[in-house]
Write a protein that binds this ligand. Structure first.
Ligand code: DC
Length: 228
């Protein structure tokens, strides 16, 4: 089974998708981490986030996704950059470079290949991002679109940054989130939007466990219908 979870920054996608994949024994693919890894490479190379400057870098780049006991790791030219991609600077640049066609083409191919291998091995996959239900897997078995009020998303994101040692005010984080949403929704290629057949889940006021249980109920319902 292929499950996609899309939605804006801070809507609770990552934690929910990871737990859901654990509960089902499926592969978890955090597609945002891949855009973040390319952004980190752009930052380190000191190139501008334009197609002309990013495309040659992309050709040289070796991006590998590895699944370990503690979750998904991203390797850039052999270096594990999993913690380094979590800063707000990298997040903002990821949103910028994700507008570029060569970046999207390369990463969508990596995502489809990883999912294909998991399915071939008889498993399932949970993909999480902005376009996983609209572009990467438009034929997914279950599509979830997660939303939450901006204040709550800002609060969650601020907590996440604080845990990583980055202290920010709520207003700063809120402004960044709103800017990122605008950029992700308004871009020409694979913009953030709800697929017409997606199940919308408003996570405002819900705990992670409640979110996972609601999605699991949808999964069971679909499995039941498929078995009839
Ligand atoms: O989910 P995240 O904050 O780690 O994602 C970082 C950025 O990557 C996000 O602002 C837009 C981009 N992205 C994308 O364009 N498509 C995806 N499927 C996932 C992320």
């Amino acid at each position: 089974m292929v499950i996609t979870i899309d939605g804006p920054a801070g809507s609770g996608k990552s934690t929910t998708a990871r737990l859901l994949a654990d509960r089902l024994g499926y592969l978890y693919l955090d597609t945002g981490a891949m855009y973040r890894a390319v952004a980190l490479a752009v930052l380190r190379a000191g190139v501008r986030p334009t197609e002309e400057e990013v495309a040659p870098l992309l050709q040289r780049l070796r991006l590998v996704v590895r699944h370990e006991a503690d979750g998904m790791h991203v390797l850039l030219d052999g270096e594990d950059v999993t913690p380094a991609i979590r800063t707000s600077e990298v997040g903002a640049l990821a949103s910028e470079i994700s507008r570029l066609a060569p970046v999207r083409q390369k990463l969508v191919a990596v995502q489809r290949e990883a999912a294909r291998r998991a399915l071939q091995a008889g498993g399932g996959v949970v993909l999480e991002g902005r376009d996983t239900g609209t572009v990467v897997f438009p034929g997914a078995d279950l599509k979830v679109f997660m939303v939450a009020e901006p204040q709550e998303r800002a609060r969650r994101r601020r907590e996440e940054l604080r845990r990583r040692g980055e202290e920010r005010t709520l207003d700063e984080v809120l402004a960044e989130i709103e800017q990122r949403d605008r950029q992700d929704r308004e871009r020409a290629l694979a913009p953030l939007r709800k697929a017409p057949d997606a199940f919308e889940l408003d996570t405002t006021g819900l705990t992670i466990e409640q979110q996972v249980d609601l999605i699991l109920a949808e999964v069971r319902e679909r499995q039941r219908r498929a078995a009839v």
